[in-house]
Design a protein around this ligand. Structure first.
Ligand code: FAD
Length: 370
């Protein structure tokens, strides 16, 4: 029986929208199931997106302008006992190490592009299709209904995200501090000369509520202290939102539903990683780029749910995601150990890494998706 859609994408986040646009370009008929999330303010997060994600989003004409995708030319990572690692776009001969993207703006651009794409129909409930791709995020209901295990390891921390205006310009520098098992990141926003940073502050569970309830002055004072007052006076420019932190990977990425439909998972529905290196969405976009590539280059006689193609998708993406998740978890564990021996060791390691030349260059290029 011919289905109304070649592909039904469940979940209208950044990953789902991007996949819809990539597949529509291949003249496939796409149904995109979105549902209105519970009313809350705009997402205050700012995502660090790498060169690979930039190229992908630019290919569907959704990459934001320079004001809303700030190029990061310097990156500084500071340990809790004198360890420092610096990265510079100049040293690596690239335009930028990463770009800090305004999330609501990127979402708006994707939604608009989908509206003007006749191959895509936005629908409010799932419809039969040759292939269903589940992009519903880490709490995906469809994944659970399909009986796919998603064993979650919760970190004993939450990430507080907010925006700050800063007295001094950020100078296109991203900064990250590791302090007593907690991690604070300042991500430059509002373009080259901006005075705004997005923060992601992974703090111990026991401190989350008091930091959310603190007066804006006390909150900024604490941030200024952890960041060594590097950007002068700080002012809170948004609400504070806390996100749970977890690591997980689906037990299966592809399969056949009881009704015979072929399905695949992508994005956070397939994997969740600690945000300390800003890789979650980069990995999700990597999933949909690979799936679209496999479908685009398939032999004309193979249907979009061909088992060989599906297995190829799972194999390729699982390998990359597992490696990234392991690295993220290892770093988180390394910096959560409180004994002086571990502290000395990790800071010594950071300084050794800083001087390591090729290893540092390799790690930077890997994080950049090059
Ligand atoms: C604090 C923090 C900072 C982060 N920073 C970065 C960063 O700097 N760089 C980076 O690459 N990543 C970062 N991430 C990770 C990033 O947020 C996720 O990887 C990304 O949002 C995953 O996108 P997604 O589309 O797969 O899922 P989601 O963003 O969760 O989107 C899923 C969508 O599906 C919809 N949906 C759910 N259920 C259904 C249903 N049943 N039917 C229809 N629709 C449904 C939801 O409403 C939502 O719109 C960060 C994460 C956190 C928590």
């Amino acid at each position: 029986m011919k289905h109304p859609y070649d592909i039904c994408i469940r979940g209208g986040g950044i990953v789902g929208h991007t996949l819809a646009l990539l597949l529509a370009r291949e003249r496939l008929n796409v149904g995109l199931v979105t549902h209105r999330p519970a009313a809350h303010g705009p997402d205050v997060r700012a995502y660090a997106l790498n060169a690979k994600s930039k190229t992908l989003l630019a290919s569907v004409r959704c990459w934001p302008d320079a004001q809303h995708a700030t190029a990061v030319t310097q990156m500084q990572v500071l340990g809790d006992d004198g360890g420092v690692v610096n990265f510079s776009a100049n040293d690596l001969a690239v335009d930028a190490l990463t770009w800090i993207v305004d999330v609501p703006l990127l979402e708006a651009r994707l939604a608009e592009a989908v509206r003007y794409q006749p191959q895509i129909e936005v629908i409010d409930h799932p419809m039969p299709a040759t292939l269903t791709v589940v992009c519903e995020g880490k709490s995906s209901r469809t994944r659970d209904e399909l009986g796919v295990a998603f064993d979650v390891a919760h970190y004993p921390q939450r990430a507080i995200a907010a925006r700050l205006t800063t007295e001094l310009a950020h100078g296109q520098t991203a900064r990250q501090w590791f302090t007593e098992g907690e991690i604070l990141a300042f991500l430059p926003l509002d373009g080259e000369h901006g005075h705004t940073v997005g923060i992601v502050w992974s703090v111990k569970e026991s401190r989350v509520q008091s930091l959310l309830d603190a007066s804006t002055e006390d909150f900024c004072q604490e941030l200024a202290q952890v960041s060594g007052h590097c950007l002068g006076g700080l002012q809170l420019a948004s609400e504070r939102v806390a996100w749970p932190l977890m690591a997980s990977q689906a037990s299966r990425w592809i399969g056949t539903a009881p009704d015979g439909t072929t399905w695949a998972l992508a994005g956070d529905a397939a994997h969740a990683v600690h945000p300390l290196a800003g890789q979650g969405l980069n990995l999700g976009l990597g999933d949909v780029a690979e799936l679209a590539r496999i479908l685009q280059t398939r032999a004309a006689w193979r249907p979009v749910n061909d088992p060989k193609l599906m297995r190829q998708y799972e194999r390729t993406r699982r390998a990359e995601v597992s490696a990234a998740a392991l690295a993220m978890d290892g770093l988180q564990q390394l910096f959560s150990k409180s004994s002086p021996t571990w502290q000395a060791l990790r800071n010594w390691g950071m300084n050794g890494f800083e001087r390591s030349g090729l290893a540092k260059q390799w790690a930077a290029r890997y994080a950049m998706g090059l």
